[in-house]
Design a protein around this ligand. Structure first.
Ligand code: AMP
Length: 401
């Protein structure tokens, strides 16, 4: 997947107009950006282009205007935060993406060292349709295309896929880091690889599980979804979250794993509570004795030891989804302990650790080990589609030529 993409190192950026696809879909409250993580991620690429004499022309979507100009979804709202984080003046170029004369004028008038931010690409219906006319209109604004928005790479849109084929193209620094990390995770990893998949439901992760069992040496299944597997093996899981209708799916995944020689590691004990609330009384039960009125809300101590032992065998770990209902204490215990353990082995140089997905990022941040992992992806949908083994059009377009 990441075999042959160009980076900023492969281009002479002097006096070049660089169309830079970024993810600026940041949370906003009124007129203020409330979380600047996404801006911080792409700041280095923007600065490097400007410092090397190029003109960064930022393309991004914001919210879901569905192909129409929706003034409340204007990207103008991010200009102050962008200026502050990048440390350069940002010129906002308004357009409906049918008439781009104003953008051309802004580009022609831009002082060296400045940055241009063009209005929401999704204001035009051609963006999500990957429309050749819109692609040509976008391509006419620049000399080079750089994609730094891995989180939008699972979409084949004009600004994420089409443009990469229309201009000399490469990956920005954030995209480059993400692709290298993913290559180290599943593309060309140090083996054995262990995957940990948790979270609420099997139904949202069938493709992911089916793909992983063919790629990794061991798969830990945790969280609510483990209950479905445990139920499929004939145990009574009481009132636990469990998708009983997916019994056959769970059995099929275990069969595929067996054929692929992937060990499936399920909990052997569980922390059971009778109410879904913080600090409610709870007890540990073995799998064959779960109280019929109780809910398994976390993996038990023996399961945690089993997972740690499996991590000891691995050189690479890929993790998505919490091992229990981690938002409510004490049902965060398994997630916290396993995260700390993986972080410690990573710090010692014994493990390459890649994690991603909204809840997983939140859980690792809660434990305070986010920076100890080799790479934590905040890309959401694109990260999950990568774990599912699906092609990512935005990445494939960068590596195609
Ligand atoms: P997902 O979005 O599928 O990754 O699921 C994350 C959610 O799964 C979190 O909100 C967890 O609280 C929830 N979860 C994990 N384990 C359990 C469990 N044993 N019972 C109920 N919810 C769980």
């Amino acid at each position: 997947m990441t075999s042959a993409f160009k980076t900023l190192d492969d281009f002479d950026l002097t006096n070049k107009r660089v169309l830079l696809r970024v993810d600026l879909n940041v949370p906003v409250n009124g007129h203020k950006v409330t979380d600047t993580t996404r801006i911080e991620r792409v700041a280095k690429t923007i600065q490097e282009i400007a410092n090397k004499g190029g003109l960064p022309i930022l393309l991004a979507h914001f919210d879901r205007p569905k192909g129409k100009v929706v003034p409340e979804m204007s990207l103008k709202v991010v200009v102050p935060a962008l200026e502050e984080i990048v440390g350069k003046p940002v010129i906002f170029a308004d357009t409906n993406w049918t008439d781009t004369a104003g953008v051309k004028a802004a580009i022609a008038a831009a002082d060296p060292g400045s940055v241009i931010l063009v209005e929401n690409t999704r204001f035009h219906p051609g963006e999500e349709k990957n429309d050749p006319e819109l692609i040509a209109r976008m391509a006419a604004l620049g000399d080079i295309y750089i994609n730094d928005a891995f989180s939008a790479a699972h979409r084949a849109h004009a600004s994420t896929e089409g443009l990469a084929r229309a201009l000399p193209s490469g990956a920005g620094r954030a995209m480059e880091a993400e692709l290298k990390a993913l290559e180290a995770g599943l593309g060309n990893p140090k083996t054995p690889v262990i995957a940990i998949v948790g979270g609420a439901k099997v139904s949202t992760k069938i493709d992911l599980l089916e793909n992983l069992v063919t790629k990794v040496e061991a798969l830990v299944i945790g969280g609510g979804m483990a209950n479905t597997f445990i139920y499929a093996l004939g145990y009574d899981v009481g009132k636990s979250l469990c998708e009983r209708d997916l019994k056959e799916t769970a059995l099929r995944i275990m069969d595929i794993a067996e054929d692929a020689k992937c060990a499936i590691i399920l909990p052997i004990d569980g922390v059971v509570a009778w109410h879904f609330e913080a600090n409610t009384p709870s007890r540990i039960y073995g799998l064959d004795a779960i109280d019929k009125d109780g809910m398994v809300l976390d993996a038990g101590p023996q399961s945690i030891e089993k997972i740690k032992a499996a991590i000891n065998e691995a050189k690479t770990i890929v993790w998505n989804g919490p091992l229990g209902a981690f938002e409510i204490a004490p049902f965060d215990t398994a997630t916290v302990e396993v995260a700390k353990y993986a972080a410690e082995r990573t710090r010692k140089g014994l493990l390459t650790s890649i994690a991603g997905g909204g809840d997983t990022v939140a859980a690792l941040a809660q434990v305070g080990v986010k920076d100890d992992f080799t790479y934590v992806s905040t890309a959401g949908g694109a990260f999950l589609e990568w774990m599912e083994g699906k092609p990512l059009p935005g990445v494939d377009a960068l590596t195609a030529g």
